[in-house]
Design a protein around this ligand. Structure first.
Ligand SMILES: [Zn+2]
Length: 833
């Protein structure tokens, strides 16, 4: 909290309590006309009031107050603060009043505000949809409003639309009036008190499943015409999550119905509009018969994430945008908890270890950030929607839950949600609630994790635990990595299951478990671990005896220490060898990722030695797993099979695997789990005609997952002309929602990446104007892989510093720093081969 008023925030002299919104979209003309009535309380006698509006044409406002109606002058606009001010000749009387404003606007194609999306059906006909995306500050593009999360109000929406189209909003349809001209007006029930960013309206040629009654809440999946056969998993996961969270939070679902709606053009993964959650198609619609496990998990976790928000976010909401991290971190934590209950065999907490590791890879850079920071302008909010909010934030909550105990943590959450229902909170309200239920110093502890960047390295040497900040290299300028944390450290003897709980501060702690001791027992701590030589030797030979997440964490920490130059390649390799025949995808995935970067780092003549390592580690796995499902294998085995095949068929240079991959590709026999690996092997062979087949299958894919596999697979061809052709399609054929990711993936290609990076940076102005802003940081996906050429690295850095991305620029700066760390890593590694 700052004492200077934030100029981006509205005065609180007029406070809205209820909106009645009337909208008539014209999908063909891409415009809309509307009118809004807002019940407000006026607290001071003012000659004017100011609310948010941008890209809207507004008429004068009329204010009905104390039996009279006052009419304003024409509004004046402020582009910087995105506001409209209505002034009056006489001061407005204080008290209850109703404001009425008529307006018109455009259905934009920027995937924010009230926007237009199109799709082509199976028969080749093009259809248009009008839909909304208001988080974080874009309701103001659809209707004039107090567009800040703390101005909670009710919303009664009325849509006038062509009668043959379907329409949805946050709550149940109350009345449908046929206007006799092919149009009808649909009136929806008023919502609960909530923030503007959660309002939604969607119009278009949709179909829907029958409503499933989930303990009184009707649940439907809504999809573009013809895709109903892809809705089963979302319906199952949605019903499960509604019951799971009603029970976990001990509060009934706060809406009157729940629609989950697939939108063909969508900038994010999904959006938690109360009762009308919108999704990117790949996050909602899936064919379980042909999808990979990862693709199924995506649907289940995104559905759980959004439904968790109905309580945590929608019912209880952050007071201002600096609190959005908690909203997202909590929903991320809950998506794993819920999906783990839905499908225990998926071992979601082990899988989440990969996400945490990815977050720590960013958080070990000096350009990291504290999880929570001051947000002044809405643009500052952009930088919050990143891996440090979702994955690091979610991991920190999981660490706290494991330290406090699952039931104590849950009781604190229940208390917090009950206390703040229909209201707004700041982050410390949650810590205080957890402190009350647990008796632990939660606020002090959590402040060390959220108010400073970075994370610790916890060392165990001769029975003593110590912490120091973890960093990948030395800072070139100032560093955002903090100095000391209050760390919940769980330890146990490798020979016993009893867990010891420690709160490690800057003072060392002696552990009394029998050696060898596992640091980060259970694997939920948000830190890197390092063992003294004796402890490591004792553990390295018994890696098979660790729990799964402990094992995955040990491998990930070892890779981080190698990349940071703190251990040698040979030490990493010893630990990787210790995996033996463990058939878990997570640690092997880390090894495969490490080998890919090592391959990029080495000089051509050194790579033969690496190929030997690849074969030594992965060939025994292939001998065991083969190509096809084995009787009685686990649901996760196909994920490991894909990692093994993909690595041997590309970097491993295994000709028989390549031949079989090509045979299966030509026969179009691509089971979901192996599809990406097979496509990668095929693309890297650069056979004439395969590119055209990829494109053909992309264009006529029977479901969103297959479409995406081929689209992302296009980035794997090791041919410059193909790579540039795919890059060009990001500006012509592909949906703008996918363009930044595709270009990012293309630039990660070891052969053609630099050429693609040079291509798209020449078209930067078009990118800035046409691609959704929230997706643009993905363009820098390839930057950390540019570790072979100092001069090119300089060129990349100079360009991105000269072309900043506003609130998202920190993400790009982090990628540049990781590239610099990679260059140092490469130089050191070449000395070791
Ligand atoms: Zn979320």
């Amino acid at each position: 909290m700052s004492s200077t008023p934030n100029p981006y925030r509205l005065l609180r002299n007029v406070i809205p309590s209820a909106y009645r919104i009337f909208l008539t979209p014209d999908l063909d003309a891409a415009t809309f006309a509307g009118r809004v009535e807002i019940d407000v309380a006026i607290s001071d006698a003012n000659h004017s009031f100011t609310l948010h509006a941008i890209e809207l044409e507004l008429g004068a406002a009329s204010v009905s107050v104390a039996g009279a109606t006052l009419r304003s002058n024409e509004p004046t606009f402020d582009e910087t603060y995105q506001t409209a001010t209505f002034s009056f000749e006489d001061p407005l009387p204080t008290g209850e009043a109703t404001i009425e404003i008529a307006f018109t606007g455009i259905l934009n194609d920027q995937l924010h505000g009230f926007y237009r999306s199109t799709f082509v059906d199976a028969a080749g006909a093009t259809h248009t949809i009008a839909t909304t995306q208001f988080e974080h500050s874009d309701a103001r593009r659809a209707f004039p409003c107090w567009d800040e999360p703390s101005f909670k109000a009710t919303y009664q929406v009325n849509l006038t639309v062509p009668s043959h189209l379907a329409a949805y909003s946050n709550s149940n349809e109350l009345v449908r009036t046929d206007l006799g001209n092919g149009q009808c007006t649909i009136s929806y029930a008023p919502t609960m008190r909530m923030s503007t960013y959660l309002v939604a309206f969607i119009v278009g040629p949709f179909e829907q499943t029958d409503a499933l009654d989930v303990d009184g809440t009707p649940l439907r999946i809504v999809y573009p015409v013809g895709k109903g056969h892809l809705a089963d998993l979302a319906l199952e996961a949605g019903a499960f999550a509604l019951r799971f969270f009603s029970d976990y939070f001990a509060i009934p679902y706060p809406g009157d119905k729940l629609d989950m709606i697939a939108i063909p053009d969508f900038a994010f993964g999904a959006m938690e509009n109360l009762g009308a959650v919108t999704y990117r198609e790949t996050a909602l619609l899936v064919d379980p018969a042909t999808a990979s496990l990862t693709e199924m998990q995506r649907v289940a976790t995104v559905v759980a994430h959004e439904i968790a928000h109905m309580w945590f976010g929608d019912l209880v909401t952050m007071e201002w945008w600096e609190g959005i991290w908690l909203n997202e971190a909590f929903a991320t934590f809950m998506e794993v908890l819920c999906t783990n209950a839905l499908r225990p065999q998926w071992k979601m907490w082990v899988d989440f270890g990969v996400d945490r590791d990815a977050a720590l890879q960013v958080d070990g850079l000096h350009s990291t950030r504290p999880i929570e920071y001051d947000v002044i302008s809405p643009d500052d909010t952009r930088g919050m929607f990143d891996i440090l909010t979702y994955q690091k934030g979610g991991s920190v909550l999981r660490m706290l839950e494991q330290y406090l105990g699952e039931e104590t943590f849950r009781d604190g959450i229940r208390y917090y949600l009950r206390k703040h229902s229909y209201a707004n909170t700041v982050t410390t309200d949650l810590w205080d609630a957890l402190e009350e239920t647990s008796g632990q110093p939660v606020r002090d502890l959590m402040n060390t994790w959220i108010l400073q960047g970075g994370h610790p390295l916890v060392t165990l040497e001769d029975g003593v635990l110590r912490q120091q900040p973890f960093a990948y290299g030395t800072a070139r300028g100032e560093s955002s990595i903090g100095s000391a944390w209050m760390i919940p450290v769980l330890t146990r003897s490798l020979d016993g299951a009893t867990v010891s709980r420690h709160l490690l501060t800057d003072q060392p702690i002696t552990v009394t478990d029998d050696p060898p001791v596992i640091v980060n027992a259970g694997g939920s701590g948000v830190f890197r671990s390092r063992y003294g030589a004796n402890d490591l030797a004792a553990i390295a030979h018994r890696i098979g005896e660790l729990e799964e997440l402990e094992r995955a964490t040990l491998i990930a920490d070892s890779w981080a220490l190698l990349f940071a130059g703190q251990i040698a390649w040979s030490a990493f390799l010893d630990i990787a060898r210790g995996l033996g025949s463990q058939d878990e995808p997570t640690p092997w995935g880390t090894v495969a990722t490490a080998i890919d970067l090592v391959h990029r780092a080495l000089l051509e003549h050194q790579r033969g030695a690496l190929v030997d390592v690849v074969r030594e580690l992965f060939a025994p796995q292939f001998a065991r797993l083969g190509w096809d499902e084995l009787p009685g294998e686990s649901e996760l085995a196909p994920q490991l099979r894909a990692i093994v095949l993909g690595t041997l068929g590309t970097l491993g240079g295994d000709e028989s695997i390549r031949a079989e991959a090509i045979r299966r590709f030509e026969a179009n026999e691509l089971p979901g789990d192996l599809a990406r690996a097979i496509l990668r092997i095929v693309a890297t062979q650069n056979r004439p005609g395969d590119y055209e087949i990829f494109l053909e299958r992309f264009r006529h894919a029977p479901n969103p997952q297959e479409e995406q596999r081929y689209q992302w697979g296009l980035a794997d061809f090791a041919d410059r002309a193909i790579a540039l052709d795919v890059a060009e399609k990001c500006f012509s054929e592909f949906r703008s929602q996918d363009a930044s990711v595709e270009l990012g993936l293309l630039s990660r290609n070891a052969t053609t990446g630099p050429a693609v990076w040079r291509y798209f940076t020449k078209r930067w102005d078009e990118i800035v104007e046409r691609f959704p802003r929230s997706s643009q940081p993905r363009l820098a996906l390839g930057v950390p892989t540019f570790i072979g050429d100092e001069a090119f690295a300089d060129e990349v850095e100079a360009f991105h510093i000269a072309h900043p991305m506003g609130g998202d620029q920190r993400t790009v700066v982090q990628q540049i720093e990781r590239m610099r760390v990679g260059l140092a890593f490469a130089a050191a590694l070449r000395q070791q081969f």
